[in-house]
Design a protein around this ligand. Structure first.
Ligand code: AVI
Length: 329
């Protein structure tokens, strides 16, 4: 399909609906370990708070990702074909992607860049950050990752390769088995020879991780508790924020940080839009996010198991983090 002659196109949005949110909240809060899906952390306020987290001295993940992409943009781009579409799952603000797009544009223009995200606010930031790049055509998809990727494949001229970016260790927010299933699904949508650049946070001392996810300023706590503000606002609930605390833990067996919201007393919460009541015991928690940490060997094994060849890997030494370039076999 020929590309549109304009710089920015927003596809008809299919964002998560309030019904889907309500269903996810009901389902999650009735589990033995109560849960709220982490994708709902990213409303307008949540996206801004996450952006603030990326600047915190204790949270080195995003800066390591950015450093690696800036340092190795040329070597990454040299391994890719000149005629290329770049799609990105979970574009975030677009800041980290800029140097890589610049390196690709220095070799060949135009480049079509397709950020795919369920967060309208993240896509807006990304558009603002990257529209100034000469020679870049953006096609923005407010979609789930796999739906968006499938549509991106349809925008792709037959003689173009595809580079898919999945950065920022978003893969770590999936359970490990789900991560493998997801990568295999991605592989099924790609064509042989297409590339995946995967950014993942690596294992590091537990104390560093706990500080990264429970910063002294309380930004991560606000990011986490904002999820209750969202449930209150969108589903007319009455979570009392004075009695739910941010709790970040490291699970050594699963090698992951878990974020929870802990009730500091016995209390009853009503979610009026759903006619649903939830009793909390003192100390009971709602798990809101899991952030898995990886090692290099398991990433290489994961590449093979999900149908990729592990082409190259770059690692940041200051904050152990890996950028892996995989090619679909
Ligand atoms: C988006 N994701 C990769 C972040 C992480 O580190 O897993 C989300 C986050 N949660 C708390 N701080 C950052």
């Amino acid at each position: 399909m020929p590309m549109p002659p304009f710089a920015v196109l927003t596809a008809d949005a299919a964002p998560p609906t309030t019904d889907a949110f309500a269903e996810a909240v009901r389902e999650g809060l009735t589990r033995p370990q109560r849960e709220l899906p982490s994708r709902y952390l990213y409303d307008e306020v949540g996206s801004a708070l996450y952006e603030a987290i990326t600047w915190l001295p204790e949270y080195g993940l995003s800066r390591a990702d950015e450093r690696l992409l800036a340092r190795h943009a040329d070597s990454i781009s040299r391994r890719l074909p000149d005629r290329l579409i770049v799609a990105e799952l979970g574009s975030g603000s677009g800041r980290k992607t800029r140097p890589l797009l610049q390196a690709l544009l220095a070799r060949a223009t135009p480049i079509v860049y397709v950020p795919i995200d369920t967060s309208a606010s993240a896509l807006k930031q990304c558009r603002n950050e990257l529209t100034t790049l000469n020679g870049l055509t953006m096609v923005v998809f407010e979609r789930s990752y796999l739906d968006g990727l499938q549509e991106a494949m349809m925008c792709r001229p037959a003689d173009h390769g595809l580079l898919l970016l999945f950065l920022g260790s978003t893969l770590g927010n999936f359970d490990r088995p789900a991560a493998e299933v997801f990568l295999s699904e991605v592989r099924r949508i790609l064509r042989p020879g297409d590339a995946l650049l995967l950014g993942t946070d690596l294992e590091k001392p537990e104390a560093d991780l706990l500080l990264a996810y429970d910063d002294p300023l309380g930004v991560t706590a606000a990011f986490n508790r904002n999820l209750l503000v969202r449930v209150n606002r969108e589903l007319r609930a009455d979570f009392d924020l004075a009695h739910f605390y941010h709790d970040a833990r490291y699970d050594r067996t699963q090698r992951r940080i878990e974020m929870h919201l802990r009730s500091d007393r016995r209390q009853t919460v009503h979610i009026r839009d759903m006619g649903f009541t939830c009793e909390f015991q003192s100390g009971e928690t709602i798990r809101t996010e899991v952030c898995h940490k990886f090692n290099l060997k398991e990433l290489r094994d994961l590449a093979i198991r999900s149908g990729f060849h592990d082409e190259a890997q770059w690692v940041d030494v200051d904050w152990p983090f890996a950028e892996s370039l995989w090619v679909a076999v």
